[in-house]
Design a binder for this molecule. Structure first.
Ligand code: ADP
Ligand code: MG
Length: 281
């Protein structure tokens, strides 16, 4: 079977207006995963997910309890969030899709000279507490062999959660570094390394729009690589939200990927039939 990598957006996992109890979040994960039914018939699947709110919440918990317990660094928090969401997704995939799933704690190589370390840009946390952290570009997904082996054994693999755990090379060894990688760029690296056929970005809009948020906003139904590049240059896509998805899509298609779909989980079924959503080819 051909391979699709599906990126689950932050809002399908935790809603900005909700407190984010485990019950509520599991309910959201259940709902999102149930929309994947039509894809599992046609594709092997790897799932990635965002975690900006989750990793921010964990960081806040470290700060509050630091008189009692040592604070854990951000790369370790990235791994904790992969475990938390991986657990929920695995359980739901088995309960709702009746497929076996497995989560890989995924490390991602970044460059210690990445300018992101001097100029942090990524907000993590929720409304009540936010922090801006470094978001370096992923260079290579390190745990790729394990992921490939599990796909071949017919598991749905959850990987690169929260963009993966950033590590740098130091005297011939990997060491973790405090940062949060954007899950859209990490998803592209993963999909390209796995030679996937398709990436599906599930987010909280049904389409990518031209003139988004303006009175003349118009859904973009089909884009080719050149059109996508042109719109990036025209600043049609917001930094840190839609722009990374479109940049990741362009890179994926240039590296041999066949198709990218961007839509909401609810519209995925119709998007697969070409009726809704933005297709980039
Ligand atoms: P995710 O968790 O799925 O990565 P993001 O908030 O990062 O979610 O990205 C999705 C958001 O991108 C949408 O909610 C929308 O507000 C924003 N966005 C920015 N530019 C556009 C655009 N041109 N078309 C559609 N959505 C856009
Ligand atoms: Mg995002």
């Amino acid at each position: 079977m051909k391979l699709a990598v599906i990126a689950l957006g932050g809002n399908s996992l935790i809603h900005p207006k909700e407190r984010g109890t485990s019950e509520k979040q599991i309910e959201r994960v259940n709902k999102t995963v149930s929309y994947l039914k039509p894809v599992i018939k046609k594709f092997s699947l790897v799932l990635t997910h965002g975690s900006g709110p989750h990793v921010g919440n964990l960081l806040l918990q470290q700060k509050i309890s630091k008189k009692l317990l040592p604070e854990m660094p951000l790369d370790t928090l990235d791994s904790m969030v992969q475990g938390q969401l991986g657990y929920w997704i695995q359980q739901t995939v088995e309960n709702v899709l009746h497929k076996n799933a497995v989560t890989i704690i995924t490390r991602v190589l970044v460059d210690k000279k990445d300018k992101a370390f001097k100029h942090p840009t990524k907000p993590i946390g929720q409304k009540s507490w936010k922090k801006i952290v470094a978001s370096p570009k992923p260079i290579e997904i390190l745990d790729i062999k394990e992921i490939e082996t599990l796909i071949k054994k017919n598991f749905i693999v959850v990987a690169c959660g929260g963009g993966g755990i950033p590590v740098i090379e130091k005297s011939g060894k990997y060491v973790g570094i405090e940062a949060v990688i954007d899950k859209d760029y990490a998803t592209q690296k993963l999909a390209s390394q796995l030679k996937a056929e398709m990436i599906i970005f599930l987010t909280d809009v049904d389409y990518v729009y031209h003139n988004y948020g303006k009175s003349n906003q118009k859904p973009l139904r089909r884009l080719n690589v050149n059109e996508a590049i042109k719109y990036i240059r025209e600043n049609q896509f917001k930094e840190g939200s839609m722009k990374p998805k479109i940049e990741a899509s362009v890179e994926f298609l240039k590296k041999g990927g066949k198709k990218v779909l961007i839509t909401s989980p609810e519209k995925l079924n119709l998007a697969l039939k070409g009726k809704v959503g933005t297709a980039i080819e």
